[in-house]
Design a protein around this ligand. Structure first.
Ligand SMILES: Nc1nc2c([nH]c(=O)n2[C@@H]2O[C@H](COP(=O)(O)OP(=O)(O)OP(=O)(O)O)[C@@H](O)[C@H]2O)c(=O)[nH]1
Length: 333
């Protein structure tokens, strides 16, 4: 078992910090969760909660974070200048690593302040932008409307009913199942940009993008970082064309900013384009092909990068507009 808290940069919201648990959280954790009103809603928590279990569980969460299997984090807040533990929130990966199960609890004194949805939304957004998951699942006891309301607030939708064993209740209990993906949880409808809306229609957003192809014939994909619309999806490097800019100039600027490379317009070969309607704008995106640049590609904005063989492009989750582009690239390269 891991002997110290794992390296994990805390996730913050306006009021909360989500960070790995520490051994000195054990007394507060025990006090908050050894409360029938809290424990009775949780499947994996025994009641009464043995004092020594808190430290054992904290150490188990470190191993799981280290192994990339589950992220159970402390929810803390500042009260009169001191950090207070107020609950926990966690995600556990499914066996195929495509989904994660969400769980949380908040100490009774902190109920009714929207802590659970705030913490859960933050963790889910981090996970969708960082892990390879596409679905988040959760369940709530049928007789726990408060938790069901939290799951709806996060953006999860009902997905049937089930039965789960509850340690606290000593047996199987009926639960309602919930699930959702990136669109539900992040409310992703990318914002419209510069162009004016044509009467009765959506604004057209012009974005220049490029398939950079290296000497081995691999294509560069960049992962959209947390905080941007469609976070976690892989895309071709590029960005919006600013007013007065040509698409080539926009791309040259974006490639310098995002990847720290210098590209000349002569090395940008027009390849194809995407024309795709998103919910609140219509994307028009010329895709260039480029095999020559100066400098070494690096993630200048901290984004994840991947050099991908054309046949493997289908394995990366990309924005819907990119689907036809990927098929054309695969045929061409
Ligand atoms: N760069 C790029 N954008 C894409 C691709 N596919 C796709 O739908 N888009 C969409 O095109 C838009 C590009 O906007 P962006 O947010 O990356 O542009 P930007 O870097 O100028 O952003 P900012 O000004 O918001 O920071 C986004 O809505 C993005 O989802 C793609 O393959 N590459």
């Amino acid at each position: 078992m891991t002997a110290s808290p794992p390296d994990f940069a805390p996730l913050r919201t306006e009021r909360l910090t989500l960070r790995p648990l520490r051994l000195d959280d054990a007394p507060a954790l025990h006090r908050l969760v050894n409360d029938w009103e809290v424990a009775k809603t949780l499947a994996r928590v025994p009641f009464p909660y043995p004092r020594e279990l808190a430290a054992t569980w904290i150490a188990a969460t470190w191993s799981q974070i280290g192994a990339g299997e589950a992220w159970h984090l402390a929810i803390t807040t500042e009260e009169s200048g001191a950090e207070q533990l107020i609950g926990c929130v966690g995600l556990t990966l499914s066996r195929d690593r495509k989904a994660a199960e969400l769980g949380y609890w908040v100490g009774r004194r902190y109920w009714g302040q929207g802590i659970a949805p705030e913490a859960a939304t933050r963790l889910c957004r981090w996970a969708l932008a960082t892990l390879e998951i596409v679905t988040i699942r959760a369940s709530a006891l049928r007789d726990n409307p408060r938790s069901q309301a939290v799951l709806r607030r996060i953006g999860l939708r009902p997905a049937g009913e089930g039965v789960q064993t509850f340690l606290s209740r000593g047996g199987p209990m009926p639960v309602l199942l919930f699930e959702g993906g990136r669109e539900e949880i992040t409310g992703d409808a990318p914002p419209p940009a510069a162009a004016e809306a044509p009467a009765g229609g959506k604004p057209i957003v012009l974005v220049a993008a490029v398939a950079l192809v290296d000497a081995d014939g691999r294509v560069l994909l960049a992962r959209r970082p947390e905080g941007k619309p469609l976070a976690g999806l892989w895309e071709f490097p590029g960005g919006k064309v600013h007013p007065g800019e040509t698409p080539e100039a926009a791309l040259i600027r974006e490639l310098k900013e995002e990847l720290d490379i210098d590209v000349s317009a002569a090395c940008l070969g027009p390849f194809t384009f995407a024309s795709h309607s998103y919910e609140n704008f219509h994307l028009l995106m010329p895709l260039y092909l480029c095999r020559r640049w100066q400098g070494e590609v690096r993630a200048a904005e901290g984004q994840a990068l991947a050099w991908v063989r054309p046949q493997k492009l289908g394995g990366y989750a990309m924005p819907p507009a990119d689907k036809p582009l990927v098929a054309m690239l695969r045929d061409f390269l």
